[in-house]
Design a protein around this ligand. Structure first.
Ligand code: TXA
Ligand code: MG
Length: 329
């Protein structure tokens, strides 16, 4: 495995059928050419991910994205025009380009145009190398299945380094700016349905499309339902006023000798004797530090993380969603 900040090293590795972990504005992805079944199979193996969990295909621009889809409703085009490049993934009926090995055998494909400049440089160079302007990079978050997503190259090296081969590349593009995974919108029905909350909020989707959101989707998005995003420490989500009572709760016998960390907005004080993992001042800040704070809890060998969610406005809804799933694990 080769750690570099040169996007050409990543595009060359991808073109040759190797893997490249790439920075995105949301979290780091573990990428493979989306038209190469062997490379994609290695992504599943490195992650330990079940084969029926589909991957997001990352492309240069909307024109490339539509090549992977069979029919694109007007509201999906509106979303793309407003939020691409950016932290938004659209689920569409797939075209013949999208093989079963990428879609988990589903009739739909998830596509996204990322905004991180290094990843964009990788996609441009890969298009040149392959002569295919619509070339896609299939990339799940670059973590072991069910664990915390990586927001730095070092997270990827720590977690997946030993599982990568000599020809694979980890591209260092600094810390991810958004910090939580992209908003996924199902665009296969009459109205958009949010399958996974992210930085692009429900209000943003309404504003871009002028439509009322659907609340039910027939589309299966494995990984969005199950317990997920879990550190080794046990996560407990509480209201700001309940931090102290949770600490002293004697029903929770396991916690008598628990080494506990606190994750909450800065206005929530830290009780004596517990580790403050992060004190973000806004929901955007909270999203940005969330996953490194959960990793820090494990590095400090804490047994428990008490987390107070931000209010569910904007990216706050996504932070609350990830904490809820971390706590369900
Ligand atoms: O921000 C992100 O989306 C990051 C970066 C790397 O782009 N990627 C990411 O990928 O979070 P992953 O594989 O960890 O999560 C993708 C989610 C999964 O829950 C998967 O089930 C869902 O997208 N998904 C992928 N293809 C789908 C499809 N055709 N239909 C429904 N859900 C799909
Ligand atoms: Mg993931």
């Amino acid at each position: 495995m080769h750690l570099t900040d040169d996007p050409r090293a990543a595009s060359a590795a991808l073109a040759a059928g190797h893997l490249a972990a790439v920075p995105t504005e949301t979290v780091y992805g573990l990428g493979a050419r989306a038209d190469d079944p062997h490379a994609v199979a290695r992504v599943y193996a490195a992650k330990g991910r079940p084969a029926d969990h589909p991957l997001i295909v990352h492309v240069r621009d909307a024109d490339a994205a539509w090549q992977w889809a069979d029919s694109v409703p007007g509201y999906a085009r509106d979303l793309a025009a407003r939020h691409w490049p950016g932290p938004l993934t659209l689920v569409l009926q797939r075209s013949v380009r999208a093989g079963d090995f990428v879609t988990g055998g589903q009739g739909t494909v998830a596509v996204r145009v990322p905004s991180h400049p290094l990843f964009r440089a990788v996609l441009d160079a890969l298009a040149d190398l392959t002569g295919d302007p619509a070339i896609g990079v299939a990339a799940p978050s670059a973590n072991r299945f069910g664990r915390v997503s990586p927001t730095t190259a070092q997270h990827v090296v720590d977690e997946l380094g030993p599982l990568l081969s000599d020809d694979d590349v980890v591209l260092d593009g600094g810390s991810s700016d958004v910090g939580v995974e992209s908003t996924i919108v199902d665009c296969t029905g009459d109205a958009p349905v949010i399958l996974r909350p992210g930085r692009v909020s429900a209000d943003d989707v309404v504003a871009a499309t002028g439509m009322v959101l659907g609340d039910h989707s027939p589309v299966r998005a494995p990984g969005t339902l199950a317990a997920h995003y879990a550190p080794a420490a046990r996560v407990v989500v509480v209201d700001a006023g309940d931090v102290t009572t949770t600490l002293s709760n004697s029903d929770d016998m396991i916690n008598d000798d628990a080494r506990t960390g606190l994750l909450a907005l800065a206005d929530v004080p830290t009780p004596a004797g517990i580790v403050r993992l992060a004190a973000p001042t806004t929901a955007d800040d909270y999203a940005r530090v969330l996953y490194s704070a959960l990793r820090e809890a494990d590095a400090l060998q804490l047994t428990r993380v008490i987390a107070v969610s931000p209010s569910p406005d904007g990216v706050g809804a996504a932070v609350a969603d990830r904490l809820r799933r971390a706590a369900a694990s």
